[in-house]
Write a protein that binds this ligand. Sequence first.
Ligand code: XIL
Length: 348
Amino acid sequence: MSRFLSTLLVLGLTVSVSASVFLYNSSAKASTLRQAASSKNFLLGAAGSIWKFTPDGSYQNTLASQFNMITPENELKWFATEPQQGKFDFYWGDKIVAFAQQNNMRIHGHTLVWFDSLPAWVKNGTFTRDELIAVMKNHIQTVVSHYKGKIQEWDVVNEAIEHHGNGLRDNIFLRVIGPEYIAMAFQFAHEADPDAILFYNDYGTENWPVKSEYQYNLLKGLLQQGVPVNAVGLQMHEYSDNPIPVERYRSELRRLGSLGLRVGVTEFDASSKEPQKNPLSMRLAVQAHTYANAVAACRAVPACKSFTIWGVNDKTTHQSDLAPVIIDANNQPKPAYTSVMKTLLQSK
Ligand code: XIL
């Protein structure tokens, strides 16, 4: 999107918290999800991107009316914030942060160190160990300082564990710096903003015992060394033909909480496209059930203080072919919207 078009969109962006299509009838105590979440002192987030804002305002109205927290979907990734070495660009990040502030939404910063979404100068760089440490420190500290006081929590390290969880994932930081890059990243972020809540974020740990064990031990080790990691994010990208093992997911939340960490579900989505042989109504009902279970488990664990859905509607979300979020491609609430609302309102 051109900066010009985006600037036009961003100028009139303070939206009111009302969205008539989302009215929730029955004995409702809230008419939007945001109201339901806030009434429980709970953070209900969505990934949102300034690049997806629509001229008619529907995308951004939904974002601000239904959610009390936002994760900027791409604007704070390394490729966007430091596209060339030492040349920082906060143009888009500042726009989405301003939108969140105007709408009184908490901001979950995403993400400082990740093998993906790196600019070529980092990914293909030929650094010595000391040089890459300095590059990583400068990146983390410049970005975190820029948003100090505005962004309250950060995914400091994202997806550092190998896909199935047998070890650390290969990336330039591991190759050049060694496993200590993880502890260093948290230390650098903490130095830049001692008040920020610092997350380790990864996927699959609700499902896969090997990976959850590895993550648990990694975090426990970091804490034992005094590394300033405060929280853990479970991304939770789910597929409706592979139901979440709810018991083990809930106990995973509990044991992470028992390390003294805050826990958050950070990127939830659940396909409503599979299995394709099932009628749409059934797939939507299964999706609604999956969302309700996931929210209920988080609400049942005191350490779990936030639940973020990875996208605003099925048209604009990351895996739009899976129709994985709770608002459809026409910006209408799906059964999962209602099930999340009910679960929030019924939770203690
Ligand atoms: C995705 C975004 O949603 C897309 O728009 C982008 O093209 C690629 O990244 N795990 C993460 C997120 O931590 O940053 C990813 O977001 C989805 C998987």
